[in-house]
Design a protein around this ligand. Structure first.
Ligand SMILES: [Zn+2]
Length: 417
Protein backbone atom coordinates (compact mmCIF):
# COMPACT_ATOMS: atom_id res chain seq x y z
CA UNK A 1 0.00 0.00 0.00
CA UNK A 2 1.36 3.40 -0.97
CA UNK A 3 1.49 5.76 1.95
CA UNK A 4 -0.60 8.94 2.00
CA UNK A 5 0.45 12.33 3.47
CA UNK A 6 -2.80 12.52 5.48
CA UNK A 7 -5.30 10.00 6.84
CA UNK A 8 -8.79 10.85 7.98
CA UNK A 9 -9.58 9.44 11.42
CA UNK A 10 -12.58 8.35 13.38
CA UNK A 11 -12.46 9.59 16.98
CA UNK A 12 -14.50 8.52 20.00
CA UNK A 13 -16.06 10.41 22.89
CA UNK A 14 -16.20 9.36 26.53
CA UNK A 15 -18.86 10.06 29.13
CA UNK A 16 -17.98 11.55 32.51
CA UNK A 17 -20.51 13.15 34.88
CA UNK A 18 -18.79 16.58 34.44
CA UNK A 19 -19.37 16.60 30.67
CA UNK A 20 -22.05 18.64 28.91
CA UNK A 21 -25.42 17.09 28.31
CA UNK A 22 -26.41 15.58 24.96
CA UNK A 23 -26.12 17.84 21.93
CA UNK A 24 -25.04 20.75 24.17
CA UNK A 25 -21.68 18.99 24.26
CA UNK A 26 -19.30 20.15 21.53
CA UNK A 27 -17.24 16.97 22.01
CA UNK A 28 -20.36 14.89 21.26
CA UNK A 29 -21.36 17.02 18.26
CA UNK A 30 -17.87 16.76 16.75
CA UNK A 31 -17.78 13.05 17.51
CA UNK A 32 -21.11 12.53 15.74
CA UNK A 33 -19.49 14.01 12.60
CA UNK A 34 -16.77 11.37 12.47
CA UNK A 35 -17.09 9.15 9.41
CA UNK A 36 -18.33 5.61 9.80
CA UNK A 37 -20.25 6.00 13.06
CA UNK A 38 -23.40 4.61 11.42
CA UNK A 39 -22.43 1.04 12.18
CA UNK A 40 -22.38 0.01 8.53
CA UNK A 41 -18.72 0.05 7.50
CA UNK A 42 -15.97 -2.44 8.39
CA UNK A 43 -15.33 -2.60 12.16
CA UNK A 44 -17.92 0.15 12.70
CA UNK A 45 -19.89 0.80 15.80
CA UNK A 46 -22.70 3.23 16.21
CA UNK A 47 -22.51 6.67 17.78
CA UNK A 48 -25.73 8.57 18.27
CA UNK A 49 -26.02 11.46 20.71
CA UNK A 50 -28.36 10.67 23.61
CA UNK A 51 -29.82 13.81 25.16
CA UNK A 52 -29.79 12.36 28.69
CA UNK A 53 -26.08 11.50 28.60
CA UNK A 54 -23.07 13.68 29.62
CA UNK A 55 -20.36 13.74 26.96
CA UNK A 56 -16.98 14.89 28.24
CA UNK A 57 -14.00 14.29 25.95
CA UNK A 58 -13.35 13.42 22.32
CA UNK A 59 -9.88 11.84 22.08
CA UNK A 60 -7.82 12.31 18.93
CA UNK A 61 -4.69 10.24 19.57
CA UNK A 62 -3.44 6.67 19.63
CA UNK A 63 -3.53 6.18 23.42
CA UNK A 64 -5.01 2.67 23.83
CA UNK A 65 -7.77 3.71 26.25
CA UNK A 66 -9.67 5.45 23.42
CA UNK A 67 -7.69 5.15 20.19
CA UNK A 68 -8.48 6.63 16.78
CA UNK A 69 -9.28 4.46 13.76
CA UNK A 70 -8.66 5.06 10.07
CA UNK A 71 -11.85 6.28 8.41
CA UNK A 72 -11.03 4.31 5.26
CA UNK A 73 -10.90 0.80 6.73
CA UNK A 74 -11.52 0.95 10.49
CA UNK A 75 -7.95 -0.10 11.40
CA UNK A 76 -6.25 1.27 14.50
CA UNK A 77 -3.94 4.13 13.39
CA UNK A 78 -1.20 2.66 15.60
CA UNK A 79 -1.06 -0.46 13.39
CA UNK A 80 -0.32 1.69 10.33
CA UNK A 81 2.33 3.63 12.28
CA UNK A 82 3.90 0.37 13.52
CA UNK A 83 4.26 -0.78 9.91
CA UNK A 84 5.82 2.52 8.69
CA UNK A 85 7.22 4.42 11.68
CA UNK A 86 10.01 6.29 9.87
CA UNK A 87 7.83 7.42 6.98
CA UNK A 88 4.92 8.57 9.16
CA UNK A 89 6.58 9.87 12.35
CA UNK A 90 10.08 10.67 11.05
CA UNK A 91 13.45 9.65 12.46
CA UNK A 92 13.69 12.78 14.63
CA UNK A 93 10.56 11.96 16.56
CA UNK A 94 11.44 8.28 17.01
CA UNK A 95 14.92 9.14 18.27
CA UNK A 96 13.79 11.98 20.50
CA UNK A 97 11.14 9.94 22.31
CA UNK A 98 12.60 6.45 21.98
CA UNK A 99 9.42 4.84 20.69
CA UNK A 100 7.23 4.72 17.58
CA UNK A 101 4.12 6.31 19.00
CA UNK A 102 2.58 9.74 18.67
CA UNK A 103 4.03 11.45 21.77
CA UNK A 104 1.01 13.66 22.43
CA UNK A 105 -2.73 13.26 22.90
CA UNK A 106 -5.18 15.97 21.75
CA UNK A 107 -8.77 16.09 23.02
CA UNK A 108 -11.88 18.28 22.83
CA UNK A 109 -13.40 18.79 26.29
CA UNK A 110 -16.95 20.02 27.00
CA UNK A 111 -17.17 20.96 30.66
CA UNK A 112 -20.48 21.54 32.46
CA UNK A 113 -19.19 21.30 36.05
CA UNK A 114 -15.87 21.20 37.85
CA UNK A 115 -13.46 18.40 37.03
CA UNK A 116 -11.73 16.79 40.01
CA UNK A 117 -9.01 18.85 41.68
CA UNK A 118 -6.02 17.10 40.20
CA UNK A 119 -2.38 16.98 39.28
CA UNK A 120 -0.44 14.83 36.85
CA UNK A 121 2.71 13.36 38.45
CA UNK A 122 6.18 14.06 37.05
CA UNK A 123 8.12 11.35 35.17
CA UNK A 124 9.97 9.99 38.22
CA UNK A 125 6.85 9.46 40.29
CA UNK A 126 4.74 8.32 37.32
CA UNK A 127 7.26 5.54 36.64
CA UNK A 128 7.09 4.38 40.29
CA UNK A 129 3.29 4.52 40.43
CA UNK A 130 2.98 2.66 37.14
CA UNK A 131 5.21 -0.12 38.47
CA UNK A 132 3.22 -0.41 41.71
CA UNK A 133 -0.33 0.05 40.38
CA UNK A 134 -0.37 -0.48 36.62
CA UNK A 135 -4.18 -0.70 36.56
CA UNK A 136 -4.60 2.81 37.92
CA UNK A 137 -1.47 4.42 36.44
CA UNK A 138 -1.48 3.03 32.93
CA UNK A 139 1.85 4.45 31.71
CA UNK A 140 5.18 5.68 33.18
CA UNK A 141 5.04 9.10 31.54
CA UNK A 142 4.45 12.65 32.78
CA UNK A 143 1.56 14.68 31.43
CA UNK A 144 2.10 18.39 31.02
CA UNK A 145 -1.02 19.74 29.36
CA UNK A 146 -2.37 22.84 27.71
CA UNK A 147 -5.91 24.09 27.18
CA UNK A 148 -7.03 26.44 24.40
CA UNK A 149 -10.44 28.00 24.99
CA UNK A 150 -13.05 27.50 22.27
CA UNK A 151 -15.73 29.29 24.30
CA UNK A 152 -15.66 31.34 27.50
CA UNK A 153 -13.78 29.12 29.94
CA UNK A 154 -13.28 29.05 33.72
CA UNK A 155 -10.81 27.01 35.70
CA UNK A 156 -8.51 26.94 38.72
CA UNK A 157 -4.78 26.66 38.11
CA UNK A 158 -1.61 26.84 40.23
CA UNK A 159 -1.27 28.86 43.42
CA UNK A 160 -2.14 32.47 44.11
CA UNK A 161 0.79 34.68 45.16
CA UNK A 162 1.97 33.83 48.69
CA UNK A 163 1.26 37.31 50.05
CA UNK A 164 -2.30 37.07 48.80
CA UNK A 165 -2.86 33.63 50.35
CA UNK A 166 -1.31 34.95 53.55
CA UNK A 167 -3.89 37.75 53.68
CA UNK A 168 -6.79 35.35 53.11
CA UNK A 169 -5.56 32.96 55.80
CA UNK A 170 -5.75 35.80 58.31
CA UNK A 171 -9.55 35.63 58.05
CA UNK A 172 -11.09 34.21 61.21
CA UNK A 173 -12.61 31.22 59.38
CA UNK A 174 -9.33 30.24 57.72
CA UNK A 175 -6.82 30.76 60.55
CA UNK A 176 -7.11 27.13 61.60
CA UNK A 177 -5.38 26.03 58.38
CA UNK A 178 -2.22 28.02 59.10
CA UNK A 179 0.68 25.74 60.08
CA UNK A 180 1.63 25.87 63.75
CA UNK A 181 4.25 28.46 64.54
CA UNK A 182 3.92 30.31 61.26
CA UNK A 183 3.96 33.96 62.15
CA UNK A 184 6.13 35.58 59.57
CA UNK A 185 5.53 35.37 55.84
CA UNK A 186 4.15 32.14 54.47
CA UNK A 187 6.53 30.07 52.32
CA UNK A 188 5.92 27.21 49.87
CA UNK A 189 6.81 24.58 52.47
CA UNK A 190 4.12 25.93 54.80
CA UNK A 191 1.72 26.26 51.91
CA UNK A 192 1.98 22.49 51.41
CA UNK A 193 0.88 22.09 55.02
CA UNK A 194 -2.08 24.39 54.39
CA UNK A 195 -3.14 22.27 51.39
CA UNK A 196 -2.81 19.10 53.47
CA UNK A 197 -4.77 20.55 56.40
CA UNK A 198 -7.60 21.58 54.11
CA UNK A 199 -7.74 18.24 52.31
CA UNK A 200 -7.60 16.27 55.57
CA UNK A 201 -10.15 18.40 57.43
CA UNK A 202 -13.20 16.49 58.68
CA UNK A 203 -16.60 17.02 57.06
CA UNK A 204 -17.84 19.31 59.81
CA UNK A 205 -14.82 21.62 59.59
CA UNK A 206 -15.09 21.79 55.80
CA UNK A 207 -18.80 22.58 56.00
CA UNK A 208 -18.30 25.32 58.59
CA UNK A 209 -15.49 26.87 56.59
CA UNK A 210 -17.58 26.65 53.44
CA UNK A 211 -20.42 28.51 55.19
CA UNK A 212 -17.99 31.20 56.31
CA UNK A 213 -16.72 31.63 52.75
CA UNK A 214 -20.24 32.14 51.42
CA UNK A 215 -20.84 34.99 53.86
CA UNK A 216 -17.60 36.88 53.20
CA UNK A 217 -18.06 40.42 51.95
CA UNK A 218 -16.08 41.46 48.85
CA UNK A 219 -13.81 43.62 51.00
CA UNK A 220 -12.83 40.59 53.11
CA UNK A 221 -11.49 38.76 50.10
CA UNK A 222 -8.46 40.88 49.24
CA UNK A 223 -9.78 41.40 45.69
CA UNK A 224 -11.14 37.85 45.20
CA UNK A 225 -14.79 38.89 45.34
CA UNK A 226 -15.72 35.76 43.37
CA UNK A 227 -15.15 33.55 46.44
CA UNK A 228 -18.63 33.95 48.06
CA UNK A 229 -20.31 33.66 44.64
CA UNK A 230 -18.48 30.58 43.42
CA UNK A 231 -18.62 28.63 46.69
CA UNK A 232 -22.34 27.70 46.44
CA UNK A 233 -21.89 26.72 42.79
CA UNK A 234 -19.13 24.26 43.69
CA UNK A 235 -21.07 22.97 46.71
CA UNK A 236 -24.08 22.28 44.53
CA UNK A 237 -21.85 20.21 42.28
CA UNK A 238 -19.92 18.33 44.97
CA UNK A 239 -21.54 18.97 48.43
CA UNK A 240 -20.57 21.48 51.11
CA UNK A 241 -18.21 18.94 52.67
CA UNK A 242 -15.88 18.69 49.66
CA UNK A 243 -12.47 20.05 50.74
CA UNK A 244 -11.57 20.76 47.09
CA UNK A 245 -13.81 23.83 47.36
CA UNK A 246 -11.55 25.35 50.03
CA UNK A 247 -8.32 24.61 48.18
CA UNK A 248 -9.67 25.95 44.87
CA UNK A 249 -11.18 29.16 46.21
CA UNK A 250 -8.61 30.15 48.82
CA UNK A 251 -5.32 28.91 47.37
CA UNK A 252 -5.62 28.66 43.57
CA UNK A 253 -5.81 31.18 40.73
CA UNK A 254 -9.33 31.49 39.32
CA UNK A 255 -8.85 31.89 35.57
CA UNK A 256 -11.39 33.17 33.05
CA UNK A 257 -10.35 32.73 29.43
CA UNK A 258 -11.82 34.06 26.20
CA UNK A 259 -11.81 31.95 23.02
CA UNK A 260 -8.26 31.66 21.70
CA UNK A 261 -6.55 32.16 25.07
CA UNK A 262 -4.34 29.34 26.29
CA UNK A 263 -3.54 27.82 29.68
CA UNK A 264 -0.41 25.81 30.53
CA UNK A 265 -0.32 23.13 33.22
CA UNK A 266 3.18 21.77 33.94
CA UNK A 267 3.70 18.36 35.56
CA UNK A 268 2.75 18.37 39.29
CA UNK A 269 0.66 21.56 38.94
CA UNK A 270 -2.71 21.54 40.72
CA UNK A 271 -5.66 22.39 38.48
CA UNK A 272 -9.43 22.00 38.17
CA UNK A 273 -11.32 23.06 35.06
CA UNK A 274 -14.75 24.49 35.78
CA UNK A 275 -16.69 25.29 32.60
CA UNK A 276 -16.44 25.75 28.84
CA UNK A 277 -15.27 23.99 25.69
CA UNK A 278 -11.55 23.58 25.11
CA UNK A 279 -8.98 21.94 22.92
CA UNK A 280 -6.67 20.12 25.28
CA UNK A 281 -3.33 18.62 24.37
CA UNK A 282 -1.07 16.65 26.66
CA UNK A 283 1.92 14.38 26.62
CA UNK A 284 1.07 10.77 25.87
CA UNK A 285 -0.16 9.81 29.33
CA UNK A 286 -3.32 9.20 31.33
CA UNK A 287 -1.91 9.48 34.87
CA UNK A 288 -3.77 11.59 37.37
CA UNK A 289 -4.06 12.08 41.14
CA UNK A 290 -7.45 13.44 42.30
CA UNK A 291 -8.11 14.79 45.79
CA UNK A 292 -11.24 16.87 45.75
CA UNK A 293 -14.22 18.01 43.70
CA UNK A 294 -15.11 14.36 43.30
CA UNK A 295 -16.79 11.66 45.42
CA UNK A 296 -14.70 10.50 48.41
CA UNK A 297 -14.17 7.05 46.96
CA UNK A 298 -12.41 8.56 43.95
CA UNK A 299 -9.89 10.61 45.94
CA UNK A 300 -6.25 9.61 45.94
CA UNK A 301 -3.99 9.70 48.97
CA UNK A 302 -3.59 13.27 50.29
CA UNK A 303 0.00 12.66 51.44
CA UNK A 304 1.00 11.50 47.96
CA UNK A 305 -0.79 14.43 46.34
CA UNK A 306 0.91 16.95 48.61
CA UNK A 307 4.34 15.39 48.12
CA UNK A 308 4.11 16.19 44.38
CA UNK A 309 2.98 19.80 44.45
CA UNK A 310 4.94 22.25 42.34
CA UNK A 311 5.08 25.97 43.02
CA UNK A 312 6.30 27.14 39.62
CA UNK A 313 2.98 28.87 39.01
CA UNK A 314 2.20 31.49 41.62
CA UNK A 315 0.15 34.08 39.69
CA UNK A 316 -2.60 33.92 37.05
CA UNK A 317 -0.09 35.22 34.49
CA UNK A 318 2.19 32.23 35.19
CA UNK A 319 -0.66 29.96 34.04
CA UNK A 320 -1.36 31.71 30.73
CA UNK A 321 0.21 30.30 27.58
CA UNK A 322 0.75 33.18 25.16
CA UNK A 323 -0.15 32.89 21.49
CA UNK A 324 2.87 33.45 19.25
CA UNK A 325 3.46 34.08 15.56
CA UNK A 326 4.14 30.84 13.72
CA UNK A 327 7.16 31.10 11.43
CA UNK A 328 6.00 28.30 9.12
CA UNK A 329 2.71 30.06 8.35
CA UNK A 330 2.96 31.68 4.89
CA UNK A 331 -0.09 33.98 5.22
CA UNK A 332 0.07 34.80 8.92
CA UNK A 333 -3.34 33.28 9.72
CA UNK A 334 -1.94 30.75 12.18
CA UNK A 335 -0.87 31.20 15.80
CA UNK A 336 1.46 28.93 17.77
CA UNK A 337 1.01 27.71 21.35
CA UNK A 338 4.37 26.35 22.46
CA UNK A 339 4.39 25.03 26.05
CA UNK A 340 7.86 24.83 27.65
CA UNK A 341 9.38 21.36 28.20
CA UNK A 342 6.63 19.57 26.32
CA UNK A 343 6.44 16.91 23.64
CA UNK A 344 4.20 18.99 21.40
CA UNK A 345 3.10 22.39 20.10
CA UNK A 346 -0.41 23.37 18.99
CA UNK A 347 -1.45 25.61 16.08
CA UNK A 348 -4.67 27.54 15.64
CA UNK A 349 -5.58 28.70 12.12
CA UNK A 350 -8.47 31.13 11.62
CA UNK A 351 -9.65 31.85 8.06
CA UNK A 352 -12.58 33.94 6.83
CA UNK A 353 -14.57 32.92 3.75
CA UNK A 354 -12.21 32.25 0.82
CA UNK A 355 -9.01 33.07 2.74
CA UNK A 356 -5.95 30.87 2.27
CA UNK A 357 -3.15 29.60 4.47
CA UNK A 358 -0.09 27.50 3.75
CA UNK A 359 1.78 25.67 6.51
CA UNK A 360 5.26 24.47 5.52
CA UNK A 361 6.24 20.93 6.34
CA UNK A 362 7.57 19.92 9.75
CA UNK A 363 9.74 16.95 10.74
CA UNK A 364 7.23 15.31 13.03
CA UNK A 365 3.67 13.97 12.97
CA UNK A 366 0.55 16.08 13.48
CA UNK A 367 -3.14 15.60 14.24
CA UNK A 368 -5.50 18.27 12.94
CA UNK A 369 -9.15 19.01 13.58
CA UNK A 370 -11.50 21.22 11.55
CA UNK A 371 -12.97 22.67 14.74
CA UNK A 372 -15.35 25.06 12.95
CA UNK A 373 -16.26 25.61 9.30
CA UNK A 374 -14.76 23.93 6.26
CA UNK A 375 -12.04 24.27 3.63
CA UNK A 376 -10.42 22.74 0.62
CA UNK A 377 -7.24 21.16 1.96
CA UNK A 378 -4.20 20.13 -0.06
CA UNK A 379 -1.61 17.92 1.63
CA UNK A 380 1.44 17.58 -0.66
CA UNK A 381 -0.22 16.21 -3.81
CA UNK A 382 -3.47 15.03 -2.22
CA UNK A 383 -6.57 17.23 -2.11
CA UNK A 384 -9.63 16.73 0.09
CA UNK A 385 -12.70 18.64 1.23
CA UNK A 386 -12.19 19.34 4.92
CA UNK A 387 -15.58 19.42 6.66
CA UNK A 388 -16.41 20.55 10.20
CA UNK A 389 -15.36 17.97 12.77
CA UNK A 390 -13.03 16.13 10.39
CA UNK A 391 -9.86 14.93 12.10
CA UNK A 392 -6.70 13.92 10.20
CA UNK A 393 -3.36 12.35 10.97
CA UNK A 394 -0.65 14.33 9.14
CA UNK A 395 2.53 12.45 8.28
CA UNK A 396 5.89 14.17 8.88
CA UNK A 397 7.15 16.20 5.92
CA UNK A 398 3.67 17.23 4.71
CA UNK A 399 2.97 20.74 3.47
CA UNK A 400 -0.63 21.81 4.10
CA UNK A 401 -2.66 24.35 2.17
CA UNK A 402 -6.16 25.53 3.10
CA UNK A 403 -8.78 27.58 1.29
CA UNK A 404 -11.74 28.30 3.54
CA UNK A 405 -15.29 27.53 2.44
CA UNK A 406 -18.46 29.61 2.86
CA UNK A 407 -18.41 29.41 6.64
CA UNK A 408 -14.70 30.13 7.14
CA UNK A 409 -12.40 27.71 8.95
CA UNK A 410 -11.00 27.25 12.41
CA UNK A 411 -8.40 24.49 12.53
CA UNK A 412 -6.33 23.19 15.44
CA UNK A 413 -3.28 21.02 14.90
CA UNK A 414 -1.10 19.39 17.55
CA UNK A 415 2.34 18.36 16.30
CA UNK A 416 5.95 17.60 17.14
CA UNK A 417 7.79 20.79 16.14
ZN1 LIG B 1 -5.47 17.60 33.98
Amino acid sequence: MALEPIYQLRCSCNQYPWGKQGSNSLSARLCAKQPGWDGKGPKDQEFKIKEDTSYAEMWMGTYPVLPVYLAANGDDLQNLIDAHPKELLGENTIQKFGHSKIPFLPKVLSIAKALPLQLHPNKGLAAKLHEKKPDQFTDPNHKPEIAIALSDFEGFCGFKPLKHIDNLLKLEALKKFLPKGSGADLDDQQLTTVVRKMLEADDQTVKETYKALTSLSPSDCDGDDYIPKLAPRLAEQYTEADPGILVALVLMNYMKLKPGQGLYIPADCMHAYLSGDIIECMARSDNVLNTGLCPKAERDNVELFCSCLTFTQHTPEDCLLPKKDYHKSKNGKTALYAPPLSEFDVLETNLSVGEKEILSKVNGPGILLATKGSARMRANDKEVQLTEGACYFVAQGTELEFEAGNDGLQMHMSFVG
